[in-house]
Design a protein around this ligand. Sequence first.
Ligand SMILES: Cc1ncc(COP(=O)(O)O)c(C=O)c1O
Length: 439
Amino acid sequence: MTTPSPAALDAYWMPFTANRQFKKAPRLFTKASGMHFWTDDGRQVLDGVAGLWCVNAGHARPKIVQAIAEQAAELDYAPPFQMAHPKAFELAHKVAELAPAGMNKVFFTNSGSESVDTALKMALAYHRVRGEGQRTRLIGRERGYHGVNFGGISVGGMVANRKMFGTMLGGVDHIRHTHDPARNAFSVGQPAHGADLADDLERLIALHDASTIAAVIVEPVAGSTGVLIPPVGYLKKLRQICDQHGILLIFDEVITGFGRTGSPFGAQTFGVTPDLITCAKGLTNGCVPMGAVIAKQSIYDTFMQGPEHLIEFFHGYTYSAHPLACAAGLATIETYQEEGLLTRAAELEGYFAEALHSLKGLPNVIDIRNIGLVGGIELASRPGAPTQRAFDVFLDCYQSGVLIRTTGDTIALSPPLIIERQQIDQIVGTIATALKRVA
Ligand SMILES: Cc1ncc(COP(=O)(O)O)c(C=O)c1O
């Protein structure tokens, strides 16, 4: 396949991409299988990021491919409002089985961003239905990423994703982030210091009064901001404070869901059960867009009152529980379970951590963070040119046949959970070479 001409690339306005730079030197994938992509000029590239934190079982898995094809031929679409199809119920049951005990109601969306906005609306409506409609305030965290819709960017805390978009939702506040390199740099696994940062929620409760706060949303492991692992005890403390004040706790598990940290959900890895979980990505192995919100039974029950012929929650999408997505989701979970992938990150965590931390001491490496099969390597920014050093490392690795991801000046790794040890070595070895070359 030949590389397209600049004119052929013209119409597509690419998301989260430096469009002009990209179109001068495009990077195109045309095929994927297992742990690899292939470029349009036929080069094989090892996937160090599961596509975009989503292809947890590796690419083009036959069972999933077949399920999607068969579903498209059998039932291409079914309306999700006042109608349904059997696989929607089957998938909801499977997801509920994987979720922490008591979290057994599943609402389907089409993306992580939609899951976040759905969960925020559920939280507001939940309080209103139970007679505490004054609880309208939503609390996020600095550096948080919760997708790109208005709810998500309002509770999110990544400045570049917010500053262009006006005032966003009113009544939102943020607790402090947990990044503390002075005390925690090069921690292996969960950092020891920072549980006390959860107390920042008490500061906001003192400021706004708990009776005005509906929910707190955090990522158990913050990914997009550059891989921040929760300090030991931090999430438990957040849970305690929320419980004390009747505030719902939402875990945004769009990247931590489906095995990334060594358990089906981060909630299980960290031993903390939230009230709502948002997920997407690994739910269908990235094959068909789909997200979900998993709710505690008690939240669902709160909505189930009043005349039975009335709709209880005025929310949903044309493509909620789309048949193709449900078929993909069922085949994905079957693949995860057959191959033990939902706990494989726990088995590989030690090897992965050792490989990653071997990069300590290489040029410009100022921190390394890891949990399960998530890794972050933070680089010192070039003076006056933030993000460029990491991006140069990304390009170098890509040329050398390894796909990594960078955010700011942090390299983020999240390989498919089928990765083998020698492929971990290949990723880390390629990054090491790039770091020396790019320095
Ligand atoms: C924690 C978190 N929430 C939400 C999202 C948004 O998901 P989507 O891009 O599917 O809308 C992401 C995407 O990376 C994410 O990491």
